[in-house]
Design a binder for this molecule. Structure first.
Ligand code: TXA
Ligand code: MG
Length: 316
């Protein structure tokens, strides 16, 4: 089926209240018409996600903000002008009429304009906001290819738009603009310094005053086998005598590795993020005793990757 027909099919399904797998530049989303509470409830049911966890509403551009948020602060418009369409989600006070099913009953709503051209086409075709959590079962690794989405849901999600591998590879940065001080709730490709270059210095929030973020629950993004952080020297020592791996597989950061013992990702943060979830999925599929993740640099550019690895390692 040509692309235009597939987009029309996806838009028609969304308009009927059905769910569709959609590509974004960060990860694939499980999309529903955000104005249709029945459709939104289907998202929670299919994901197995607790219904009080709020969803991100995707919009085509900043001109759609006022349908969902009230007020729309100047800082939101400045950030949208700088980073949209792109991997930045803004938490704002919700406008009247935004369904509780989206916000988990909170008085705020999370909004983002995604950059992927197929998702932009679907948004403009529907002419309405699209609620889309990452298209994985609750607590599992986010999908970065259409094949990953099919592996998660199979026949239960008949329409998955294939937009190729996601460019960014980890979920959007979430910035809360609803409180007294802007606060990063989830680090991602848009870094703290970039945000501060537009709206000035951020102050660290009191953890207890933060809104609920399901991605902030421990044991999120986890493969089924245990995942452990190991420093580079210890990895090198193990690979000299691979029998000491005892069934573990290694995820290296830079350098090389015999494919029998694991995989390597680029030692730049952008390249690493791009490949991370696919690498964890393919290592996990080999059912190792554990995954040993070589520690990554403790630098600001790595904040998003470190956050996801830390959560994935919680159950180890
Ligand atoms: O990159 C992304 O953001 C991807 C793609 C598909 O756009 N979406 C994504 O959605 O990661 P999800 O549902 O897996 O994560 C959304 C995060 C959750 O941690 C949720 O708690 C948080 O956004 N969130 C949603 N609404 C919120 C709100 N009103 N206040 C605080 N956090 C909110
Ligand atoms: Mg998710």
């Amino acid at each position: 089926m040509p692309t235009d027909a597939r987009i029309e099919q996806a838009v028609a399904a969304l308009a009927r209240g059905e769910l569709v797998g959609v590509p974004t530049e960060t990860v694939y989303g499980l999309a529903a018409d955000a104005g249709n509470p029945e459709a939104v409830r289907r998202v929670f049911a299919l994901k197995g996600r607790p219904s009080d966890h709020p969803l991100i509403v995707h919009i085509a551009d900043a001109s759609w903000l006022s349908q969902w948020a009230d007020p729309v602060p100047e800082t939101a418009l400045a950030l949208a002008a700088a980073f949209w369409p792109g991997p930045l989600t803004l938490v704002l006070r919700r406008a009247r009429g935004v369904p509780d099913a989206i916000t988990g009953g909170q008085d705020t709503v999370a909004l983002r304009a995604p950059a992927h051209p197929l998702m932009q086409a679907v948004l403009r075709g529907l002419g309405h906001g699209i609620a889309a959590p990452s298209a994985n079962r609750f607590g599992r690794i986010s999908p970065t290819t259409a094949a990953h989405v099919r592996a998660e849901f199979g026949e239960r999600l008949p329409i998955v738009l294939d937009g190729g591998p996601c460019a960014v590879g980890i979920e959007s940065t979430i910035l809360d603009l609803s409180g007294a001080h802007p606060a990063i709730l989830r680090p991602g490709a848009i870094g703290r310094a970039q945000i501060e270059s537009v709206i000035g210095p951020l102050v660290e929030p009191e953890a207890a005053s933060r809104p609920r973020v399901s991605g902030a629950l421990e044991s999120h993004y986890a493969p089924t086998c245990p995942l452990r952080w190991v420093d580079a020297a210890a990895i090198d020592a193990l690979l000299v005598a691979p029998e000491n791996l005892q069934g573990a597989l290694v995820l290296r950061c830079g350098g090389s590795i015999d494919p029998a013992h694991g995989m390597t990702l680029p030692d730049d943060a952008v390249g690493y993020a791009h490949g991370l979830y696919a690498a964890l999925r393919s290592l996990d599929a080999r059912v190792p005793a554990s995954i040993l993740v070589e520690s990554v640099p403790d630098k600001p550019a790595w904040a998003g990757v470190r956050d996801r690895l830390r959560r994935a390692a919680v159950r180890a």
